[in-house]
Ligand binder design. Structure first.
Ligand code: NAD
Ligand code: GLY
Length: 361
């Protein structure tokens, strides 16, 4: 078991990472002083795979567990679904002290986290992430939200959990494309902050993809360590935390221009390569490093260029992005593998040029 502490003063918490940890959730909760009732919010897929094992373990530790199940998918991140969850919490007489356990991927973490942040002005939240993406990214850092129509994460809050328990064993059920989705964020973490971790990924990508538990634990630990350090310095995303959006400016535009048919991880992979090309054009990154990034992304099972996207649509979608401020496009650029910087005034013509190159790649 590995542990990362997210240092946020009185809101500090631990992230526990290891195989078989869901079975120990009750012990971690008791150590934190919780007793009595708990509400687990999960989706039907995750409930089928991990729900009963978690419930049995919690009940064996003396907790009373109610489970609320929603269907899987991004569409659940809505105010309507949050409203139904408030209804079920009220009907079940959940109190201000009743913890909500978010068991699932990033959708459940964001939705249940938003409900926990707002129900009775905030109840304790425990994140139990079950996708690689949720373990390395969304469960840590306190961003919780629902979507507003097509606009992602428009209604939300910063609401830190009491703890995060990342059970590596849950990842054995993950479909290949969901694993690749998370690997995009793992590669991002290494690319922005840790060149040694990037080399580690280069050495071990095939074994990681074969779901070697020791390696999965290591990559989740390293990614969480990187994210926790960034969040500890800039919890409210006013500066440094922007670097976590490396690959996401173009990535979000690609996702939205494809009507969300292209998955987040794939879109971020395309975005990371495009942003690295911008870095190359500006003389920040050398060609050899761009090539290493592209090769690692391909080995992770992710795309580096899209066959038939329309550059104008991507440019338009980028203008609607939250990260585009006052007409300037905020970009995270690489100075080397392991070192990123936020640049506020990348010329749209350069982005267009790079996207056109990417189209031809
Ligand atoms: P997801 O939650 O939709 O999970 C993907 C699919 O995997 C779902 O069908 C789910 O049922 C299934 N699943 C979950 N765990 C499984 C397991 N162990 N085995 C088999 N199947 C499993 O998607 P995601 O990629 O985890 O998260 C995406 C969401 O995260 C988006 O809504 C995104 O906006 C959000 N996000 C939030 C943050 C943040 O900081 N809050 C950061 C990144 C992404
Ligand atoms: N996923 C980006 C952040 O947490 O800030």
């Amino acid at each position: 078991m590995r542990q990362v502490d997210v240092s946020l003063g009185s809101k500090s918490y631990a992230v526990y990472i290891g195989a078989g940890l869901l079975a120990q959730a009750g012990r971690y909760l008791k150590e934190k002083g919780f007793a009595g009732r708990l509400v687990v919010i999960t989706d039907s897929t995750v409930n089928r795979l991990c729900g009963s094992a978690l419930r049995q373990a919690l009940e064996a530790d003396g907790f009373g567990v109610s489970t609320i199940e929603v269907p899987p998918g991004e569409a659940q991140k809505s105010l309507e679904r949050a409203g139904q969850l408030y209804q079920e919490l009220t009907a079940g007489r959940a109190e201000r002290t009743t913890p909500i356990l978010a068991l699932g991927g990033g959708v459940i973490g964001d939705l249940a986290g938003f409900v926990a942040a707002t129900y009775q002005r905030g109840v304790p939240l425990v994140q139990l992430p079950t996708t690689l993406l949720a373990q390395v990214d969304s469960s840590v850092g306190g961003k919780v939200a629902v979507d507003h129509g097509q606009l992602k994460n428009m209604i939300g809050a910063f609401y830190q959990p009491e703890m995060v328990i990342a059970d590596i064993s849950a990842l054995k059920f993950l479909p290949t494309d969901e694993l690749a989705n998370g690997l995009a964020e793992v590669i991002k973490s290494a690319a922005i902050r840790d060149g040694q971790f990037f080399s580690f990924l280069e050495e071990n990508m095939e074994r990681i993809k074969s779901l070697d538990e020791g390696l999965l634990e290591e990559i989740v630990y390293q990614s969480v360590r990187i994210k926790a350090a960034v969040v500890a310095e800039d919890e409210l995303d006013m500066g440094l935390r922007n670097i976590l959006n490396y690959g996401h400016t173009i990535g979000h535009a690609v996702e939205s221009a494809s009507d969300f048919k292209i998955k987040h991880g794939s879109a971020v992979a395309i975005g990371m390569v495009a942003a690295a090309r911008v870095s190359l054009h500006l003389g920040l990154l050398d060609e050899g490093e761009l090539k290493r990034l592209q090769e690692l992304i391909i080995r992770a099972g992710l795309p580096v260029g899209m066959p038939d996207f329309r550059v104008e649509e991507i440019m338009l979608a980028m203008q609607h992005d939250k990260k585009v401020r006052e007409g300037k496009t905020r970009f995270v650029l690489l100075k080397s593998l392991g070192n990123a910087e936020v640049i506020d005034d990348v010329a749209p013509s350069l982005i267009e040029e790079v996207l056109t190159e990417n189209e031809q790649a």
